[in-house]
Design a protein around this ligand. Structure first.
Ligand code: FMN
Length: 194
């Protein structure tokens, strides 16, 4: 369980060590740990420091768990059911001013993505694994989670402790490993879009 990707040795270990397994042990994430993970997420930068991210969560076995789990597509339910916490990431699409007026916030999704990434890194540093999903029944989830029209449901993620891959069906066992990445030259250019 110590697979690791090749990366430049100056890229932080924490960044390279984060990856998204599907085999989770059925142990809990204590609320104190979850609160630390969310606080780390909240340290993300955001335009005008609006902090547009919102996190709706359930712990496995609590009163919301089965309802939350049912909002994932069937494939994701098959493995996410063993994770400890399921989180839906929502962003506020508006900048809400003190005088009650609003204007569109261009970067609400970008900022919520930064917050999710910090949550993932904090959880990794605490010995957990995190796996994001957009395999979500978005329309049903919006209704079921009472998300207002001016908020966007971005994605979901689970947090938990990794279990041996043998816990998964055969075809998923083969995918239970860190993925590689494109070389920097394929996505970063000096100057114009290449
Ligand atoms: C926004 C987002 C949506 C994703 N949706 C799913 C999903 O619905 N189901 C799934 O099994 N994995 C999903 N993934 C996991 C990606 O496939 C995974 O992050 C990617 O292959 C890179 O692998 P790594 O996270 O292990 O480095 C998602 C990841 C992100 C960031």
């Amino acid at each position: 369980m110590t697979e690791r990707n090749e990366a430049h040795d100056r890229v932080l270990d924490l960044i390279v060590d984060r990856w998204s397994p599907r085999s989770f042990a059925e142990n809990a994430v204590p609320q104190e740990d979850l609160d630390v993970i969310f606080e780390a997420a909240g340290w993300a930068p955001s335009a005008f420091n609006i902090q547009p991210w919102r996190f709706l969560y359930a712990h496995r076995g609590d009163g919301n768990w089965e309802r939350f789990l049912s909002l994932l597509i069937d494939f994701n339910q098959t493995w996410a059911k063993d994770a400890a916490v399921l989180v839906f990431v929502v962003s506020d699409t508006l900048q809400r001013k003190g005088d009650g007026t609003t204007s569109p916030n261009h970067s609400h999704s970008f900022d919520a993505g930064a917050a999710w990434a910090l949550a993932a890194l904090q959880a990794t540093a605490m010995g957990y694994h995190v796996h994001a999903m957009t395999g979500v029944k978005f329309d049903e989830a919006r209704r079921e989670l009472c998300i207002p029209d001016d908020y966007r449901l971005e994605a979901a993620f689970v947090i938990g402790t990794r279990a041996p891959k043998e816990k998964l069906p055969e075809q998923l066992q083969q995918r239970e490993a860190p993925s590689g990445r494109k070389p920097v030259s394929e996505f970063a250019w000096a100057g114009n879009f290449a």
